[in-house]
Design a protein around this ligand. Structure first.
Ligand code: NAD
Length: 504
């Protein structure tokens, strides 16, 4: 453990703020691993005054960074990707230690960081604006995209490093600076990433405050980010109530925001689908990251003709799940992030029972010393079970039957969240209906693959209470820039739009 921490520059006590130099004289926080309760290190939070100084430096760094040509900014992001490649294993091991996901998932998360850097390097030569025909003679109409300012990244614990990289790689090529407030549950991975970015920026001779960090409580440091007009864009990843609060504060000052909030992923399993593929998709979607992904499969809607067989086979798979120390290669499910998450799961199970749901398997606390381990749970429920409307951020899967594809889609859409959905079917009419305007209402709608495991090339995000934000690939970069439309007159005369004449 010490070797991993040391290789990433983590000491016994670490200041939690960075903007060219490391500061943090606020409350000290001991970071404990959910694997076994072992102390990893201590982090000192930043005070509000230190936050102010960090933001001032990030804002100052923007003034020169925005003038660096975008392809040159891309070279920095290329080097960041290379540095992440070099540190891939150590960083993944730290993700596992601090947050508890399996090492193979930790490696996947760091790979995602590398992939988004590669994507952003290409993007740095493609920040295209359109040219439109002008309605006026000898005029040209065009739009271009300019850097926006400081991007405040507020991230959740479950993807402690990937969310930062999705935002940072894109923001950097767009000419923005980044000020990161990570989850207080995962500050060490944030310090490690910031040190990697610091090395890269220093090597290029750029201001390292371009990638700043401010660790502290959401209710103080988070709110300072929400309310400060120097933060041009707040990219918030977290729960729905948190996002509702952030959204209101940022909107009040007419700042921009990206809200990436809770999900309630569902898979429709058709009787016309491949049952083995369905089992694998639902199983990984539900137990992966111990059910702590925004895209986790929380509901499985199964055709009534195969419902009982599917349930029986899934229960058998659940029974074989290797649960334990996520550093071991044979382990499929590690701990939950902290004891509070275990309590939330156990309380949810009691509510499900009280509402008439049947717990078919799992949902027990495992007596592994110092750790936060549970068995994954399946509940057989009616389609109107109130708890199915909620995202319980833990491995509980609700299974309910359907008779027609229209009914299945209505169940899938009948929740307040709209992040990820999937259908397993080989019937072309069913899958096309699912993808049509009459189909899934989610930001992600997959066919014959599960709800989790999004690729960086697409825009990521969801509708309804998931917040409507998009980040990562496709044209999500546009939110990180300001659009400017110009009419250019080369006629030598005056001509007004809409045919308006001017008598002078
Ligand atoms: P959380 O809402 O508890 O915390 C998220 C972040 O918000 C943390 O950094 C926290 O410190 C910060 N925060 C708290 N109060 C704040 C305030 N007043 N102002 C600004 N920031 C504040 O969420 P969590 O438990 O870390 O993560 C789990 C949740 O995140 C789930 O609901 C999950 O679905 C969601 N999530 C969504 C996505 C997505 O892309 N849609 C991705 C990952 C996680």
């Amino acid at each position: 453990m010490q070797k991993i921490l040391k290789s990433l520059g983590i000491s016994d006590v670490n200041p939690g703020g960075f903007a060219g130099s490391w500061i943090g004289s606020g409350k000290a926080q001991t970071v404990v691993s959910p694997i076994n309760g072992e102390t990893l290190a201590t982090v000192t939070n930043v005070t509000p005054q230190e936050f102010d100084a960090i933001l001032a430096k990030s804002h100052h760094a923007f003034a020169s960074w925005k003038l660096v040509p975008a392809p040159k900014r891309g070279e920095v992001v290329k080097a960041l990707g290379d540095e992440l490649r070099r540190n891939k294993v150590a960083l993944a091991e730290l993700v596992t230690l601090e947050m508890g996901k399996t090492l193979r998932e930790g490696l996947g998360e760091v790979q995602e960081m590398i992939d988004i850097c590669d994507f952003a390097v290409g993007l740095s030569r493609q920040l295209y604006g359109l040219t439109m025909p002008s309605e006026r003679r000898m005029h040209r109409l065009q739009e271009q995209w300019h850097p926006l300012g400081v991007v405040g990244v507020i991230s959740a614990f479950n993807f402690p490093v990937a969310v930062w990289s999705w935002n940072t790689a894109i923001a950097l090529v767009c000419g923005d600076t980044v000020l990161w407030k990570p989850s207080s549950k995962t500050p060490l991975t944030a310090i490690a990433c910031t040190k990697i970015a610091e090395t890269v920026l220093r090597d290029f001779g750029y201001d390292p405050a371009i990638c700043s960090l401010a660790i502290g409580k959401g209710s103080d440091i988070g709110d300072l980010i929400n309310t400060d007009p120097r933060v041009a864009l707040v990219s918030y990843t977290g729960s729905v109530p948190g996002g509702r609060h952030v959204g209101k504060l940022v909107q009040e000052r007419f700042g921009k925001h990206i809200l990436e909030l809770g999900g309630n992923g569902a898979v429709i399993v058709s009787e016309k689908g491949d049952l083995d593929l369905a089992l694998a998709s639902v199983y990984f979607g539900a137990i992966g990251t111990s059910g702590q992904r925004c895209t986790s499969t929380r509901r499985v809607i199964v055709h009534s003709s195969i419902h009982d067989t599917f349930l029986e086979r899934l229960v058998a798979l659940y029974g074989k799940t290797a649960i334990g120390d996520p550093r071991k290669s044979e382990i499929l499910m590690g701990p939950l992030v902290d004891p509070g998450a275990v309590d939330t799961l156990l309380a949810a199970i009691e509510t499900v029972k009280a509402q008439g749901g049947r717990i078919v398997c799992g949902g027990e606390r495992l007596p592994i010393p110092g750790g936060c381990y549970v068995t994954p749970c399946i509940a057989s429920v009616a389609k109107d079970l109130p708890m199915m409307q909620e995202e319980t951020f833990a491995p509980i899967l609700y299974m309910t039957p359907y008779d027609t594809i229209e009914e299945a889609i209505a169940i899938q859409n009948g929740v307040p969240q709209g992040l990820s959905s999937a259908i397993i079917s080989n019937d072309h009419r069913e899958t096309e209906l699912f993808l049509s305007a009459a189909g899934s209402d989610c930001g992600i709608a997959n066919v014959n693959t599960g709800t989790s495991g999004a690729e960086i090339g697409g825009a990521f995000g969801g509708e309804k209470e998931t917040g409507g934000g998009r980040e990562s690939g496709s044209d999500a970069w546009k939110t990180y820039m300001r659009r400017q439309t110009s009419a250019i007159n080369f006629s030598g005369g005056v001509e007004l739009a809409q045919g308006i004449t001017l008598e002078m």
